[in-house]
Design a protein around this ligand. Structure first.
Ligand code: PMP
Length: 295
Protein backbone atom coordinates (compact mmCIF):
# COMPACT_ATOMS: atom_id res chain seq x y z
CA UNK A 1 0.00 0.00 0.00
CA UNK A 2 1.39 3.40 -0.99
CA UNK A 3 1.17 5.51 2.15
CA UNK A 4 2.30 8.85 0.81
CA UNK A 5 1.68 10.36 -2.55
CA UNK A 6 3.29 13.40 -4.04
CA UNK A 7 0.68 15.71 -5.57
CA UNK A 8 1.63 19.14 -6.88
CA UNK A 9 4.25 20.08 -4.33
CA UNK A 10 2.94 18.18 -1.31
CA UNK A 11 3.35 14.70 0.13
CA UNK A 12 -0.18 13.68 1.05
CA UNK A 13 -1.52 10.64 2.83
CA UNK A 14 -2.67 8.07 0.28
CA UNK A 15 -6.38 8.23 1.19
CA UNK A 16 -6.39 12.00 1.30
CA UNK A 17 -4.50 12.69 -1.90
CA UNK A 18 -6.45 13.88 -4.91
CA UNK A 19 -6.47 16.09 -7.98
CA UNK A 20 -9.06 18.54 -9.28
CA UNK A 21 -12.32 17.10 -10.73
CA UNK A 22 -11.67 19.07 -13.90
CA UNK A 23 -8.17 17.80 -14.36
CA UNK A 24 -7.63 17.23 -18.07
CA UNK A 25 -6.05 13.88 -17.33
CA UNK A 26 -9.42 12.79 -15.92
CA UNK A 27 -11.62 14.39 -18.60
CA UNK A 28 -9.56 13.96 -21.75
CA UNK A 29 -6.84 11.43 -20.95
CA UNK A 30 -4.63 14.48 -21.49
CA UNK A 31 -1.70 13.17 -19.46
CA UNK A 32 1.46 11.12 -19.76
CA UNK A 33 3.14 8.78 -17.31
CA UNK A 34 6.20 6.72 -16.51
CA UNK A 35 6.84 3.59 -14.47
CA UNK A 36 10.32 3.10 -13.06
CA UNK A 37 11.60 0.06 -11.23
CA UNK A 38 13.16 0.44 -7.78
CA UNK A 39 15.82 -2.22 -7.23
CA UNK A 40 19.27 -2.60 -5.77
CA UNK A 41 19.03 0.67 -3.85
CA UNK A 42 18.26 2.79 -6.86
CA UNK A 43 16.04 3.69 -9.79
CA UNK A 44 16.58 1.44 -12.78
CA UNK A 45 17.28 3.33 -16.02
CA UNK A 46 15.94 6.54 -14.50
CA UNK A 47 17.59 8.82 -17.07
CA UNK A 48 16.06 6.94 -19.99
CA UNK A 49 12.63 7.00 -18.37
CA UNK A 50 12.86 10.71 -17.65
CA UNK A 51 14.12 11.42 -21.16
CA UNK A 52 11.08 9.56 -22.52
CA UNK A 53 8.80 11.51 -20.17
CA UNK A 54 10.24 14.76 -21.53
CA UNK A 55 9.69 13.55 -25.07
CA UNK A 56 6.07 12.56 -24.33
CA UNK A 57 5.44 16.00 -22.81
CA UNK A 58 7.07 17.75 -25.76
CA UNK A 59 5.08 15.81 -28.33
CA UNK A 60 1.85 16.90 -26.62
CA UNK A 61 3.04 20.44 -25.81
CA UNK A 62 2.51 19.89 -22.10
CA UNK A 63 4.76 22.02 -19.96
CA UNK A 64 7.30 20.08 -17.89
CA UNK A 65 6.28 20.47 -14.22
CA UNK A 66 9.90 20.78 -13.11
CA UNK A 67 13.46 20.00 -14.18
CA UNK A 68 14.72 16.44 -14.52
CA UNK A 69 16.92 16.90 -11.47
CA UNK A 70 14.01 18.19 -9.36
CA UNK A 71 11.85 15.31 -10.53
CA UNK A 72 14.52 12.86 -9.41
CA UNK A 73 14.43 14.43 -5.96
CA UNK A 74 10.64 14.10 -5.80
CA UNK A 75 10.86 10.46 -6.87
CA UNK A 76 13.61 9.71 -4.35
CA UNK A 77 11.62 11.33 -1.54
CA UNK A 78 8.44 9.46 -2.53
CA UNK A 79 10.34 6.18 -2.50
CA UNK A 80 11.88 7.03 0.87
CA UNK A 81 8.59 8.03 2.49
CA UNK A 82 6.98 4.79 1.34
CA UNK A 83 10.05 2.77 2.33
CA UNK A 84 10.16 0.98 -0.98
CA UNK A 85 13.26 -1.12 -1.48
CA UNK A 86 11.97 -3.19 -4.35
CA UNK A 87 9.03 -2.01 -6.32
CA UNK A 88 7.78 0.56 -8.75
CA UNK A 89 7.45 4.29 -9.02
CA UNK A 90 4.47 5.62 -10.95
CA UNK A 91 4.55 9.19 -12.06
CA UNK A 92 1.94 11.07 -14.05
CA UNK A 93 1.87 14.54 -15.53
CA UNK A 94 -1.37 15.97 -16.88
CA UNK A 95 -1.82 19.23 -18.73
CA UNK A 96 -3.57 20.58 -15.64
CA UNK A 97 -7.08 21.52 -14.51
CA UNK A 98 -9.41 23.97 -16.25
CA UNK A 99 -13.11 24.42 -17.06
CA UNK A 100 -13.88 21.65 -19.51
CA UNK A 101 -12.91 22.70 -23.01
CA UNK A 102 -11.24 20.73 -25.76
CA UNK A 103 -8.93 23.65 -26.52
CA UNK A 104 -5.90 24.19 -24.34
CA UNK A 105 -3.71 26.76 -26.07
CA UNK A 106 -3.29 30.17 -24.46
CA UNK A 107 -4.79 28.96 -21.18
CA UNK A 108 -1.68 29.12 -18.95
CA UNK A 109 -2.44 25.73 -17.43
CA UNK A 110 -0.32 24.46 -14.53
CA UNK A 111 0.60 20.81 -15.11
CA UNK A 112 -0.51 18.32 -12.45
CA UNK A 113 2.26 16.05 -11.16
CA UNK A 114 1.52 12.92 -9.17
CA UNK A 115 4.15 10.47 -7.93
CA UNK A 116 3.47 7.14 -6.18
CA UNK A 117 5.83 4.40 -5.02
CA UNK A 118 4.78 0.85 -4.21
CA UNK A 119 6.67 -2.21 -3.07
CA UNK A 120 6.53 -5.22 -5.37
CA UNK A 121 8.17 -8.35 -4.10
CA UNK A 122 10.99 -9.79 -6.10
CA UNK A 123 9.89 -13.30 -5.12
CA UNK A 124 6.47 -12.98 -6.76
CA UNK A 125 8.00 -11.56 -9.93
CA UNK A 126 10.62 -14.29 -10.08
CA UNK A 127 7.92 -16.90 -9.57
CA UNK A 128 6.05 -15.80 -12.72
CA UNK A 129 9.29 -15.57 -14.68
CA UNK A 130 10.22 -19.11 -13.62
CA UNK A 131 6.95 -20.41 -15.04
CA UNK A 132 6.70 -18.03 -17.96
CA UNK A 133 3.47 -16.37 -19.02
CA UNK A 134 0.76 -17.00 -21.59
CA UNK A 135 -0.31 -14.35 -24.06
CA UNK A 136 -3.22 -14.05 -26.45
CA UNK A 137 -3.31 -12.07 -29.68
CA UNK A 138 -5.85 -9.33 -30.27
CA UNK A 139 -6.32 -6.64 -32.91
CA UNK A 140 -4.50 -3.43 -32.06
CA UNK A 141 -7.33 -0.89 -31.79
CA UNK A 142 -5.27 1.95 -30.30
CA UNK A 143 -4.62 5.42 -31.75
CA UNK A 144 -1.88 6.46 -34.17
CA UNK A 145 0.64 7.78 -31.61
CA UNK A 146 1.45 4.77 -29.46
CA UNK A 147 5.03 6.10 -29.25
CA UNK A 148 3.77 8.63 -26.67
CA UNK A 149 3.23 7.21 -23.20
CA UNK A 150 -0.23 8.65 -22.55
CA UNK A 151 -2.71 7.51 -19.91
CA UNK A 152 -5.26 6.66 -22.63
CA UNK A 153 -5.03 3.03 -21.63
CA UNK A 154 -8.58 1.80 -22.20
CA UNK A 155 -7.65 -0.45 -25.15
CA UNK A 156 -4.85 -1.92 -23.05
CA UNK A 157 -7.16 -2.43 -20.05
CA UNK A 158 -9.76 -4.18 -22.24
CA UNK A 159 -7.08 -6.32 -23.88
CA UNK A 160 -5.75 -7.42 -20.50
CA UNK A 161 -9.27 -8.32 -19.36
CA UNK A 162 -9.64 -10.47 -22.50
CA UNK A 163 -6.30 -12.09 -21.73
CA UNK A 164 -7.38 -12.86 -18.17
CA UNK A 165 -10.60 -14.50 -19.40
CA UNK A 166 -8.50 -16.70 -21.67
CA UNK A 167 -6.19 -17.68 -18.81
CA UNK A 168 -3.36 -15.46 -20.06
CA UNK A 169 -1.69 -12.46 -18.49
CA UNK A 170 -0.76 -10.31 -21.48
CA UNK A 171 -2.15 -9.55 -24.92
CA UNK A 172 0.01 -9.13 -28.00
CA UNK A 173 -1.56 -6.56 -30.27
CA UNK A 174 -1.64 -7.20 -33.99
CA UNK A 175 -1.78 -4.52 -36.72
CA UNK A 176 -3.95 -4.64 -39.85
CA UNK A 177 -1.22 -6.40 -41.80
CA UNK A 178 -0.98 -9.22 -39.28
CA UNK A 179 2.21 -8.06 -37.53
CA UNK A 180 2.60 -7.77 -33.77
CA UNK A 181 3.03 -4.15 -32.68
CA UNK A 182 3.74 -4.83 -28.98
CA UNK A 183 2.12 -6.14 -25.82
CA UNK A 184 -0.68 -4.22 -24.08
CA UNK A 185 1.91 -3.09 -21.51
CA UNK A 186 5.19 -4.51 -22.79
CA UNK A 187 7.35 -4.85 -25.88
CA UNK A 188 7.17 -8.18 -27.70
CA UNK A 189 10.22 -10.20 -28.72
CA UNK A 190 11.06 -13.57 -30.22
CA UNK A 191 14.24 -15.55 -30.66
CA UNK A 192 13.98 -16.44 -34.34
CA UNK A 193 15.25 -19.48 -36.23
CA UNK A 194 18.61 -17.73 -36.79
CA UNK A 195 18.99 -17.27 -33.04
CA UNK A 196 18.56 -13.49 -33.34
CA UNK A 197 16.57 -11.47 -30.84
CA UNK A 198 13.82 -10.00 -32.95
CA UNK A 199 11.56 -7.09 -32.05
CA UNK A 200 9.61 -4.61 -34.12
CA UNK A 201 11.44 -1.44 -35.13
CA UNK A 202 10.35 1.83 -33.55
CA UNK A 203 7.61 3.92 -35.13
CA UNK A 204 4.40 5.66 -34.08
CA UNK A 205 2.87 2.19 -33.66
CA UNK A 206 4.61 1.20 -30.45
CA UNK A 207 6.17 2.55 -27.29
CA UNK A 208 9.95 2.94 -27.34
CA UNK A 209 10.36 0.75 -24.26
CA UNK A 210 13.21 1.63 -21.96
CA UNK A 211 13.71 -2.05 -21.10
CA UNK A 212 13.70 -2.78 -24.84
CA UNK A 213 16.44 -0.18 -25.31
CA UNK A 214 18.57 -1.46 -22.44
CA UNK A 215 18.14 -5.01 -23.69
CA UNK A 216 20.00 -3.95 -26.85
CA UNK A 217 23.00 -3.23 -24.59
CA UNK A 218 22.56 -6.54 -22.78
CA UNK A 219 22.32 -8.43 -26.08
CA UNK A 220 25.43 -6.76 -27.41
CA UNK A 221 27.48 -7.60 -24.36
CA UNK A 222 26.35 -11.23 -24.51
CA UNK A 223 27.09 -11.42 -28.24
CA UNK A 224 23.50 -11.78 -29.48
CA UNK A 225 22.37 -10.17 -32.70
CA UNK A 226 19.27 -7.99 -32.48
CA UNK A 227 17.06 -7.77 -35.53
CA UNK A 228 14.54 -4.93 -35.61
CA UNK A 229 11.79 -6.33 -37.77
CA UNK A 230 8.09 -7.00 -37.35
CA UNK A 231 6.89 -10.59 -36.90
CA UNK A 232 3.52 -12.31 -37.08
CA UNK A 233 1.78 -14.45 -34.46
CA UNK A 234 2.59 -17.49 -36.64
CA UNK A 235 6.28 -16.50 -36.56
CA UNK A 236 6.10 -16.20 -32.78
CA UNK A 237 4.36 -19.57 -32.33
CA UNK A 238 7.16 -21.19 -34.33
CA UNK A 239 9.96 -19.21 -32.73
CA UNK A 240 12.65 -20.77 -30.56
CA UNK A 241 11.64 -18.49 -27.70
CA UNK A 242 9.39 -15.54 -27.00
CA UNK A 243 9.42 -12.92 -24.28
CA UNK A 244 8.20 -9.48 -23.23
CA UNK A 245 10.11 -6.55 -21.85
CA UNK A 246 8.84 -3.86 -19.48
CA UNK A 247 10.08 -1.95 -16.45
CA UNK A 248 7.75 -3.93 -14.19
CA UNK A 249 8.48 -7.35 -15.68
CA UNK A 250 12.09 -6.91 -16.90
CA UNK A 251 12.44 -9.84 -19.33
CA UNK A 252 9.37 -12.07 -19.02
CA UNK A 253 9.44 -15.41 -20.85
CA UNK A 254 6.34 -16.12 -22.95
CA UNK A 255 5.62 -19.84 -23.04
CA UNK A 256 2.20 -19.97 -24.69
CA UNK A 257 0.61 -17.91 -27.46
CA UNK A 258 -3.12 -18.31 -28.15
CA UNK A 259 -3.03 -21.64 -26.32
CA UNK A 260 -0.07 -23.04 -28.28
CA UNK A 261 3.23 -23.79 -26.58
CA UNK A 262 6.29 -21.90 -27.74
CA UNK A 263 8.90 -24.65 -28.24
CA UNK A 264 8.56 -27.02 -25.27
CA UNK A 265 6.36 -24.61 -23.31
CA UNK A 266 9.09 -23.72 -20.82
CA UNK A 267 10.96 -20.40 -20.44
CA UNK A 268 13.78 -20.37 -23.00
CA UNK A 269 17.43 -20.41 -22.01
CA UNK A 270 18.17 -17.12 -23.80
CA UNK A 271 15.20 -15.34 -22.21
CA UNK A 272 16.26 -16.60 -18.79
CA UNK A 273 19.85 -15.52 -19.35
CA UNK A 274 18.78 -12.04 -20.48
CA UNK A 275 16.61 -11.71 -17.39
CA UNK A 276 19.35 -12.93 -15.10
CA UNK A 277 21.93 -10.38 -16.24
CA UNK A 278 19.63 -7.46 -17.09
CA UNK A 279 20.29 -5.46 -13.93
CA UNK A 280 24.04 -5.74 -14.37
CA UNK A 281 23.68 -3.65 -17.53
CA UNK A 282 20.91 -1.23 -16.61
CA UNK A 283 21.98 2.13 -15.19
CA UNK A 284 21.12 2.67 -11.55
CA UNK A 285 20.34 6.09 -10.12
CA UNK A 286 21.27 5.63 -6.46
CA UNK A 287 18.62 6.68 -3.98
CA UNK A 288 20.92 6.74 -0.98
CA UNK A 289 18.06 6.56 1.45
CA UNK A 290 18.25 5.98 5.13
CA UNK A 291 14.85 4.66 6.02
CA UNK A 292 13.79 6.87 8.88
CA UNK A 293 10.20 7.18 9.82
CA UNK A 294 8.32 9.84 7.84
CA UNK A 295 6.66 12.57 9.92
N1 PMP B 1 4.67 -0.96 -24.50
C1 PMP B 1 3.62 -0.53 -23.78
C2 PMP B 1 2.33 -0.28 -24.45
C3 PMP B 1 3.76 -0.31 -22.38
O1 PMP B 1 2.72 0.13 -21.66
C4 PMP B 1 5.01 -0.60 -21.77
C5 PMP B 1 5.19 -0.46 -20.29
N2 PMP B 1 4.98 0.80 -19.82
C6 PMP B 1 6.06 -1.04 -22.57
C7 PMP B 1 5.86 -1.21 -23.93
C8 PMP B 1 7.43 -1.31 -21.97
O2 PMP B 1 8.10 -0.11 -21.74
P1 PMP B 1 9.21 -0.01 -20.60
O3 PMP B 1 10.21 -1.04 -20.91
O4 PMP B 1 9.74 1.37 -20.75
O5 PMP B 1 8.49 -0.24 -19.31
Amino acid sequence: MARFVYVNGQYRRYHEAGVHVEDRGFQFGDAVYEVIEVAGGGLVDAERHLARLERSLNELQIEAPMSRQALLLVIAETVRRNRVREGLVYMQVSRGAAKRDFLFSGKSLEPTLVCLARPLSRASREASADKGISVISLPDIRWGRCDIKTVMLLPAALAKEEALKAGASEAWLVDRDGFVTEGASSNAWIVNAQGELQTRSLSNDLLPGVTRRTLFDVAQSLGFQVKEAAFTIADAKNAREAFNTSASGTVMPVVKIDGKNVSDGLPGTISRKLREVFHEHAALYPLGYGFHRPK
